[in-house]
Design a protein around this ligand. Structure first.
Ligand SMILES: CC(C)(COP(=O)(O)OP(=O)(O)OC[C@H]1O[C@@H](n2cnc3c(N)ncnc32)[C@H](O)[C@@H]1OP(=O)(O)O)[C@@H](O)C(=O)NCCC(=O)NCCS
Length: 231
């Protein structure tokens, strides 16, 4: 069967997104299409190139620089309370990625002064149910509304599913429309928890069925392999 071009249309990538560069794996036209970009690069609809990679315990600087560029509103939406500064205990937690129960991915964008962590997504496995993880995502204000959150969500789905996670759960503010729409795009169900909060449940398998073999899956697999090899 001839492969389609999943990035050209349809739900495999958020609308407007496409891999940085793509080529058939060979000339027979009979194989999957692959993303040919060893740096994990994809391009935003507006042309900005984003490098996706798993974050490690040594990425504290990227995280705190990203935090510095978050508005008070974004901080509140992410942490569900006012967070005027990133404390060392918060940073300890955010960098405590162990690769198995706590994993994080960063979206890096080159700016004139150097690469900036434009977005980060993490999932943390539940202590009570190893097939469930809490998921949280942040995109810095300058890059919000360009499809980055939705892309990172798909990255986390592919990454977590490969680690045995079946479901993401979490809490968002009811007034956080961008977050709710991003979650809905991934197939999440939301329910009111009172006090302006909403709980979400996102089953990974249905979304995975659409992402399997997509350029995002290939980027995640490639970057995970690369991280393993360079560890
Ligand atoms: C929530 C967040 C991660 C979304 O990321 P993003 O890159 O801005 O969102 P995207 O561009 O991928 O858009 C996702 C959806 O939200 C919609 N959206 C984006 N910004 C929006 C806005 N300001 N108002 C309404 N809808 C918006 C998009 O249209 C899209 O919906 P669609 O697919 O139905 O068209 C980002 O806004 C953010 O980091 N906010 C602060 C922290 C936070 O709220 N984290 C989530 C809780 S853990």
């Amino acid at each position: 069967m001839k492969p389609g071009r999943p990035w050209a249309e349809g739900p495999l990538l958020p609308p407007g997104w496409r891999p940085d560069r793509e080529e058939p794996r060979d000339n027979s036209g009979d194989h999957d299409w692959v993303v040919v970009n060893p740096a994990g690069g994809v391009r935003l609809a507006d042309g900005t190139t984003v490098a996706l990679r798993p974050l490690g315990p040594g990425d504290g600087k990227i995280l705190s620089a990203g935090f510095d560029r978050l508005s008070d509103r974004s901080r509140y939406r992410r942490f569900l309370s006012p967070v005027p500064r990133l404390t060392s205990s918060m940073l300890d937690f955010l960098t405590s990625v162990d690769g198995i129960n706590h994993r994080a991915w960063g979206a890096l964008i080159d700016e004139p002064a150097g690469p900036v962590g434009a977005g980060v997504i993490r999932w943390v496995r539940s202590r009570t149910d190893p097939a469930v993880a809490d998921m949280a995502v942040t995109v810095i204000d300058d890059y919000q509304g360009r499809g980055l959150g939705a892309l990172l969500q798909d990255v986390a789905i592919v990454d977590a599913f490969a680690c045995g996670i079946e479901r993401f759960e979490g809490i968002v503010l009811g007034e956080n429309i961008a977050s709710r729409r991003m979650l809905a795009r991934g197939g999440a169900r939301l329910r009111s928890e009172g006090d302006g909060m909403m709980a979400f449940t996102l089953e990974l398998r249905p979304r995975m069925d659409r992402l399997r073999g997509s350029p995002i899956s290939i980027v995640v697999a490639t970057q995970n392999r690369r991280a393993e090899l360079t560890a």
